[in-house]
Design a protein around this ligand. Structure first.
Ligand SMILES: [Zn+2]
Length: 297
């Protein structure tokens, strides 16, 4: 039976509001400013290799232009359209194959059929979250708190932090989740892994901050994924994401099927590498001002 025009035959990712990201609290004022990322080439209409992706329509809404956060947002980003489209491009490039046709044929990766992403700046508690619209989950909404934007300090970090939050949320618009069964910590870890790869980590993230368990989420799981990428080769996180597309997540089958080992063993191996590193000398980051652990709700 032919499908109606707006129905996709591809399994849809489900992002419940409860799984959405509540971002870190802004760092203290004495945190070091970090440079804004340079937008890579590419984007809608670009002739880069990843332009073969179906690019979603990007929309921007302000629910209160009189809010200080709206002014700060507009003053911090020289070109919101460029930042938005570059972030989408980065997400697609990190999660899906964009290399040669031969490689694509050998390792086909399939982004979800996300057709539009609307960034909505509005007054709300928390930081940001992503959801699909009720009528069609292929249309995503990213809600970003105006209060959060207004509170980013120092001012030099605003563009970097906004872009980082946006990139994280855009991962949720384009990642798979094991047919809704993947642990929230893994979903959040993939989002922060992409943010990390884009050079958009906030200053309080610290390599080696392992967390209590592998799926603690956010930067803890992101650094674990970075370790796996280094150990098993570039494209490992893409493979995990692809596995989350084709199968319902079940822990043992997922990890042994992709990396040949239970996740707990991988987690312990990761911990040993950190112990070895800490035995070998101080991390240059250790001397910097301690930053409060992020507030995540
Ligand atoms: Zn998230």
């Amino acid at each position: 039976m032919p499908l109606p025009p707006l129905t996709s035959p591809v399994p849809l990712p489900v992002f419940m509001p409860g799984m959405s990201y509540q971002h870190d609290a802004p760092p203290p004022p004495d945190a070091e400013p970090t440079p804004s990322p340079l937008p890579p080439s590419g984007g809608p209409g670009s002739s880069s290799s990843s332009s073969s992706f179906d690019f979603p329509k990007l929309r921007l809404q302000f629910h209160d232009l009189g809010h200080p956060g709206s002014t700060i947002f507009l003053n911090s980003l020289a070109s919101p359209a460029q930042v938005f489209s570059t972030a989408v491009q980065n997400v697609l490039s990190h999660l899906y194959s964009s290399s040669t046709p031969a490689q694509k044929a050998h390792h086909p990766f399939h982004p979800p059929p996300t057709r539009s992403v609307t960034l909505i700046l509005r007054s709300m508690t928390g930081v940001a979250y992503t959801t699909g619209i009720d009528l069609d989950d292929d249309h995503k909404e990213i809600h970003l708190s105006l209060e959060y934007v207004a509170g980013i300090n120092p001012a030099a970090r605003r563009a970097h932090e906004i872009t980082g939050v946006l990139t994280h949320e855009l991962v949720h618009c384009h990642q798979w989740n094991g047919k809704g069964a993947a642990p929230g910590g893994l979903v959040e870890g993939v989002a922060d892994w992409v943010r990390l790869q884009c050079g958009l980590a906030p200053p309080h993230w610290k390599k080696g901050d392992r967390g209590a368990k592998w799926d603690a989420g956010y930067q803890h799981t992101a650094y674990f994924l970075e370790y796996l990428e280094g150990r098993f080769g570039k494209g490992t996180v893409r493979r995990l994401n692809e596995k989350l597309r084709v199968e319902k997540y079940e822990e043992k089958a997922f990890w042994t099927g992709t990396l040949g080992r239970p996740v707990q063993q991988l987690w312990e191996d990761y911990g040993k590498t950190l112990e070895t590193k800490s035995d070998g000398g101080a991390d240059p980051q250790d001397g910097k001002t301690a930053v409060n652990e992020a507030t995540q709700t």
